[in-house]
Design a protein around this ligand. Sequence first.
Ligand code: THU
Length: 141
Amino acid sequence: MNPLEDWQNDLAQHARLVMEKAYAPYSRFQVGAALLSQCGTIVTGCNVENCSYGLTICAERNAATSAVTQGLMRWKAIAIATVGGVAPCGACRQFLAEFAPDMLVILIDASNKTDPTIMSLAELLPHSFSPAKLNDYRSQP
Ligand code: THU
């Protein structure tokens, strides 16, 4: 059963499409991310690998940096498409939490073997490090 609302299915479709753009010749693991801003704009990203493996950039962070580049820093949700519908890595969770710690995360199995799952970023990254914590530190005497 597909538990998603129409707007969530639309976001998922963007994630599926951009997954095909992934540059992943080393892992062969393609990831597509579609981020929805609070004003309703969808910004997408795919993973981009490099022969110097550590330079690889995840799909979620590519979508996030594109959104910020477009001046969009308030986010409602992100859909992530992979074979298997896996959850984002820890680095991407932290990167997203900088801007939208309570956003929705929609996981899409591009092979359609499992149903989409939906959760909040706060569930995926409890007790996250946040800009507010730095501000608390800076305001100490
Ligand atoms: N990858 C992502 O794009 N997002 C994640 O959250 C986890 C991993 C990519 C990086 C690399 O290109 C491939 O998946 C295998 O790690």
